[in-house]
Design a protein around this ligand. Structure first.
Ligand code: SF4
Length: 243
């Protein structure tokens, strides 16, 4: 999308302090989630992606020795030159921990990817967009493409779970159950409040209101819970999708 020109580099100072870059890859290969407007930020042109990614990666200073990389898809969707530059920038800036996103379908690529960075003393944290642990709701309504209903099985591959709240049908109880399940099985959870895009599932203001009144204050101070009331809350982006 040519006129999509979001901010792509930011520093998060609160909770898990880190730098964050929003890079561009070839795009999510799942592309079926019924709430995700995945066309917004991808390109098949690897050279152009690398040019854009390099410009952002050169802004990284290593201030908190932690970097989060998001790319509206999975790390496997980034080109090799970008991945090599991430390694180089991390080594140069003494970054010890890097977060990447990954869809369930690429879970078997994670172990090698962890080894690749571990060879430089860098620990990877892999995030997955679970959206909800209610597998029937998730798969029959959202079409998320996670072929297990077991949070333990997901946590065997992934370190952090992203949840999507504000979806019609969710309740304060179901959302709290999702947060608690996430905190039981994963190191951290990231709550994203749904925002309207071009896809068929629209946010339900009553669900967002229930989250705001009953859950927001309970979890906002929890250092293991990120809450993004808007998809630009980390200082980057303007798209909702994550693998
Ligand atoms: S939410 Fe993630 S996995 Fe689903 S279509 Fe969007 S980018 Fe792909």
């Amino acid at each position: 999308m040519n006129d999509f020109n979001p901010n792509r580099y930011a520093v998060i100072h609160e909770k898990n302090p880190r730098e964050i870059v929003m890079l561009r890859g070839k795009g999510c290969s799942w592309r079926r989630c019924r709430f995700c407007d995945y066309h917004l930020d991808s390109s098949a042109d690897e050279k152009s992606n690398f040019r854009l990614n390099k410009e952002q990666l050169l802004k990284v200073t290593g201030i908190y020795q932690k970097l989060e990389v998001i790319n509206s898809g999975s790390f496997v969707d980034l080109d090799e030159a970008t991945l090599s530059l991430i390694e180089e920038i991390c080594k140069k800036n003494h970054i010890k921990q890097v977060y990447f996103e990954c869809h369930w379908r690429h879970r078997n690529d994670i172990a090698d990817f962890r080894r690749r960075f571990a060879a430089h003393g860098i620990e990877l944290k892999i995030k997955i967009g679970v959206e909800t642990f209610d597998a029937l709701f998730r798969e029959s309504y959202l079409d998320k493409g996670i072929g297990t209903d077991s949070p333990q099985e997901i946590a065997a591959y992934f370190d952090e779970a992203c949840l999507l709240f504000g979806i019609p049908g969710q309740t304060a109880e179901s959302m709290e159950h999702d947060i608690q399940t996430g905190l039981t099985h994963f190191e951290r959870v990231c709550v994203n409040i749904m925002q309207e895009n071009l896809k068929p599932i629209k946010p339900d203001p009553r669900v967002i209101d229930a989250f705001t009144k009953k859950l927001y204050h309970k979890y906002i101070e929890d250092c293991r819970v990120d809450i993004l009331m808007e998809n630009t809350a980390f200082g980057v982006g303007g798209v909702v999708e994550h693998a």
